[in-house]
Design a binder for this molecule. Sequence first.
Ligand SMILES: NC(=O)c1ccc[n+]([C@@H]2O[C@H](COP(=O)([O-])OP(=O)(O)OC[C@H]3O[C@@H](n4cnc5c(N)ncnc54)[C@H](OP(=O)(O)O)[C@@H]3O)[C@@H](O)[C@H]2O)c1
Length: 257
Amino acid sequence: MRISQGTVIVTGATRGIGRATVEAILACGGKVVAIARDEEALRALEASEPERIRAVAVDLEDVARVPEAAQRAIDAFGSIDGLVNCAGIARYEPVGAIGLDSIEAQVRVNLVAPLLLSQAVAEHLRERGGAIVNVSSTLSERVAQSTMVYAATKAALNTLTKGLALELASSGVRVNAVLPGGVETDMLRTPRLRPGESLSGAELEQRVESQLAALAALHPLGRLGKPEEVAAVIINVLDQTWQTGSLVTIDGGLSLA
Ligand SMILES: NC(=O)c1ccc[n+]([C@@H]2O[C@H](COP(=O)([O-])OP(=O)(O)OC[C@H]3O[C@@H](n4cnc5c(N)ncnc54)[C@H](OP(=O)(O)O)[C@@H]3O)[C@@H](O)[C@H]2O)c1
């Protein structure tokens, strides 16, 4: 059986790439345990496929709650076959404006939570095999302005992916990372303002649009990716039976530029 036809925990399931991954798993015939913070969005997701989606609401920044949330997710359908660590946050801050709160939040959500979830899920999968996919970023290998902390968390996530892959291989658990370039989601619509700068209304909207256009132009294929294009690669990596410890790039050629 393909992992995508089994039961998969997906974090960041309410929006963007995580949401597209939920849809892709459902299309393959699988079931999803959806993790995010927004309880209303999670309820709506569950109501859309009551037999095949269960939701677990948790703030992954609150890392002390993650092991218990992981157990609830594993128990939701009785057992699971895979985990997609997709939830992530990015803060755009130049050197000099990087605060401790921001560093801690990005480390907790992008690195500590995926590790704790993977550890809990690995214990369950050890007996039956399965797969974990960590959603990293091309920024883990290619830094850009004002995103160094985010990039560092994703570089560490790549290392964690390889370490987990090595340790879990003998248990039949495969662990890989997918590295997207710029993808059209809420994450990229966060306005990148200079410290002290404040915009609103049409000016703010214009800034976001020009930010998206500038990012799109960096990609040799001439556009940003779509969440479903990344989800298709996540499904492929979940299902590959002889792939582990790999960093799989899907970036419209960004890494070539
Ligand atoms: N978009 C890109 O260009 C891009 C490029 C490379 C890599 N990525 C990576 O791809 C992944 C998905 O990104 P995206 O663009 O789809 O992001 P997004 O549209 O901003 O969605 C983020 C998702 O994560 C959840 N989330 C955020 N903070 C959370 C927290 N503290 N606890 C629990 N859930 C939380 C959100 O749900 P709630 O708000 O309901 O909690 C939402 O479902 C991330 O790991 C990101 O780093 C994105």
